[in-house]
Design a protein around this ligand. Structure first.
Ligand SMILES: CC(C)(COP(=O)(O)OP(=O)(O)OC[C@H]1O[C@@H](n2cnc3c(N)ncnc32)[C@H](O)[C@@H]1OP(=O)(O)O)[C@@H](O)C(=O)NCCC(=O)NCCS
Length: 190
């Protein structure tokens, strides 16, 4: 199956296309955005990133979504459900990134929750992972709020990372609970 656009309360997510190149460039050139994503990319780096993310969509029917402000249409960030090699094991990761001017409003948590739900309900994934650098506290906080739990430290791209993963038990508990997702998002152990 191929996934398409989706919406959250404050965001509209559109599948990546070649037309998003200028939006990707803006994010890839932003030092704060890219600080824990390997640093800023040059033009060729962004073009390569666009290319392999489009290939991912073509091969798997899901991948990177560009995220607009639902109210204004402004481009704010991006999110992914994407295959990831974790120490030789094929996993699907959830990821997110926003322009610095909109940090701290809960947008990453909002889209991460939506991506986890899509991965589970529409792609039928048994688990979804997320990785980040050891010192990226904000991203780890988003992972917790999106219902993932710390699994172990790993080496990825030659650097130490933490690996978080959704849990079957979490999903069952969520399905049985009458607590809304926004309320559940306020706890570390949903
Ligand atoms: C990481 C990132 C996605 C967070 O986005 P966001 O929309 O600000 O995230 P949210 O508002 O949903 O949640 C952030 C949480 O981290 C917390 N936080 C922020 N900075 C923190 C820090 N330095 N230390 C500890 N916690 C921190 C916030 O307080 C918030 O938690 P709370 O709701 O419990 O208070 C954003 O900083 C970003 O886009 N960074 C650049 C791209 C990137 O690094 N992506 C992740 C790659 S793994």
């Amino acid at each position: 199956m191929t996934l398409d656009s989706f919406s959250t309360t404050r965001l509209v997510a559109e599948p990546l296309t070649g037309a998003h190149l200028p939006d990707l460039r803006r994010m890839d050139q932003d030092e704060l955005f890219m600080a824990r994503l390997g640093g800023v990319r040059d033009k060729a780096g962004t073009a390569a990133y666009l290319g392999w993310n489009l290939e991912h969509w073509a091969e798997y029917g899901f991948g990177l979504w560009m995220l607009r402000d639902a109210a204004t249409g402004d481009m704010l960030g991006r999110a992914v459900l994407r295959h990831l090699d974790v120490e030789g094991v094929d996993e699907v990761e959830v990821g997110y990134g926003f322009l610095p001017e909109v940090w701290g409003r809960g947008l990453a948590t909002e889209v991460a929750l939506a991506c986890v739900r899509i991965g589970r309900d529409q792609l039928g994934l048994e688990s979804i992972v997320a990785i980040t650098l050891l010192d990226h506290a904000a991203s780890q906080r988003v992972m917790l709020k999106a219902g993932l739990v710390y699994e172990r430290n790993i080496v990825h791209a030659g650097l130490p990372h933490v690996l978080f993963r959704t849990r079957e038990g979490n999903h069952r508990a969520e399905n049985q609970s009458t607590t809304s997702r926004s309320e559940a998002a306020e706890t570390d152990e949903p």
